[in-house]
Design a protein around this ligand. Structure first.
Ligand code: NDP
Length: 399
């Protein structure tokens, strides 16, 4: 019997939904590279239900109760008085979503001597101190590919929203105006622009594929080059450094994991190398960009727009400058937690737990850290280290 602590975001302010806008979500059985979608022995939820908030419990309650495990679900995650801090002390497994991350710092791990498995319900395990997990023999796993396409759709939406000046124009309608000149004074066509992705992994490549029909001239930078056929099919220009790519791009989308190599990659120096009036879309992780440098570049006009859904820390404090900087299109961290995505990553968490409790290997494609080292997909995409520094600031969030 194990104790499983699961940190999820709060229910909607209007209460947990009793009905939904749509009756079903498409069933995805395979991802574009052939990887199969999660395949647990069963699921105890209806795809399309809200699973990522506290009442949704990732659809795990019945399964964990039936197998005699203790299951604690909470949204209280930051600060010494949080439920997470209290329940961690004898927890065997911690589950959390990047949207509302349970920061697992070295200090917290030290308070959790039984902790053996940290599961990310989604993708991106930077909220776990990977260096400390390696030292302590904690396995870290995430549900690779579960929401990569969800994010790529969001990136394209945000690129169009910024370039075409959608959000301010929508505001004119809400204000009762018909101010066409105000709307279009910052509105352009995406056609013919140069667009580049930092990383062409699952999300980055999906973004490139979705931008191709808009006749965007496509660029990428990645530690490994894509196959020649893909470069030719999408007419891609590969760059050997981020600096070299941003000099020629009108739109830059960031799609690499946060790890020590990428922390604060977009600082004042990198922003100064970009074309004046470029746009950045960052749905990867907030800390890949320097918070104050981004706000400054928008104020000076070096950047024409910045959009994304990722912040540091999360939730972002009320006075976070990205809430009030000009020409931004920020949302809370939502791109990877559409109802469609939730069904996949909830099933993936169930698959990981079934493997863990039944002593079967977790798929290599889900492993980030295992056996005291980076493993599986983690050995390819991450570097050893810690990206959780400063996460205690999340306790400052207050409505
Ligand atoms: P993948 O692992 O498929 O892709 C990550 C890519 O980043 C790999 O191609 C990797 O290169 C590349 N990379 C790693 N380090 C660098 C570097 N220093 N410079 C250039 N490229 C680098 O992951 P996904 O595409 O599925 O997800 C990417 C990230 O997006 C996640 O780690 C997460 O942070 C974020 N994400 C955000 C979500 C949201 O809701 N906003 C939801 C899901 C993910 P290689 O393997 O070739 O070495």
């Amino acid at each position: 019997m194990a104790k499983v602590v699961c940190v999820l975001y709060e229910d909607p302010e209007s209460g947990y939904p009793t009905s939904y806008a749509r009756d079903d979500v498409p069933t995805i059985t395979r991802y574009p590279d052939g990887q199969t979608a999660p395949s647990p022995s069963a699921i105890d939820f209806t795809p399309g239900q809200l699973l990522g908030s506290v009442t949704g419990e990732l659809g795990l309650r019945k399964y964990l109760d039936a197998n005699g495990h203790a299951f604690v679900v909470t949204s209280s995650k930051d600060g010494p008085a949080s439920v997470l801090e209290r329940e961690l002390q004898d927890a065997d497994v911690v589950i959390s979503q990047p949207f509302w991350p349970a920061y697992l710092t070295a200090e917290r791990m030290a308070k959790a001597p039984n902790l053996k498995l940290a599961v990310t319900a989604g993708i991106g395990s930077d909220h776990v101190d990977l260096e400390a997990a390696i030292k302590r023999g904690i396995t870290v796993a995430e549900v690779t590919f579960s929401n990569s396409i969800s994010v790529s759709e969001h990136v394209v939406m945000m690129i169009l929203a910024l370039v075409r000046n959608y959000l301010p124009s929508y505001q004119w309608v809400l204000k009762g105006g018909w101010n066409i000149a105000d709307c279009v004074a910052r509105s352009y066509d995406l056609e013919g622009m140069h667009g580049g992705t930092v990383a062409a992994g699952r999300i980055g490549l999906a973004v490139l594929r979705r931008l191709k029909p808009f006749d965007v001239r496509l660029h990428y930078v990645d530690r490994h080059r894509l196959p020649k056929e893909v470069e030719e099919e999408l007419n891609l220009t590969w760059h050997s450094s981020v600096e070299e790519m941003v000099e020629v791009c009108d739109v830059v989308t960031i799609n690499c994991p946060l790890h020590p190599e990428t922390e604060h990659l977009f600082d004042e120096a990198m922003l100064a190398k970009m074309k004046r009036g470029a746009y950045i879309i960052n749905t990867a992780r907030g800390k890949i960009c320097d918070r104050d440098a981004i706000a400054k570049a928008l104020e000076s006009g070096q950047l024409a727009g910045y959009a994304g859904d990722v912040w540091f820390p999360q939730p972002a404090p009320q006075d976070h400058p990205w809430r009030s900087m000009p020409h931004h299109g920020m949302t809370p961290h939502i791109s990877g937690t559409s109802l469609s995505a939730q069904a996949r990553y909830a099933a993936g968490v169930r698959e990981i737990l079934e493997c863990w409790f039944e002593g079967r290997p977790i798929r290599d494609e889900y492993l980030i850290v295992d056996g005291g080292k980076l493993a599986g997909v983690g050995a390819k995409s991450y570097s050893e280290g810690n990206a959780t520094r400063g996460s205690e600031e999340a306790a400052r969030f207050a409505r």
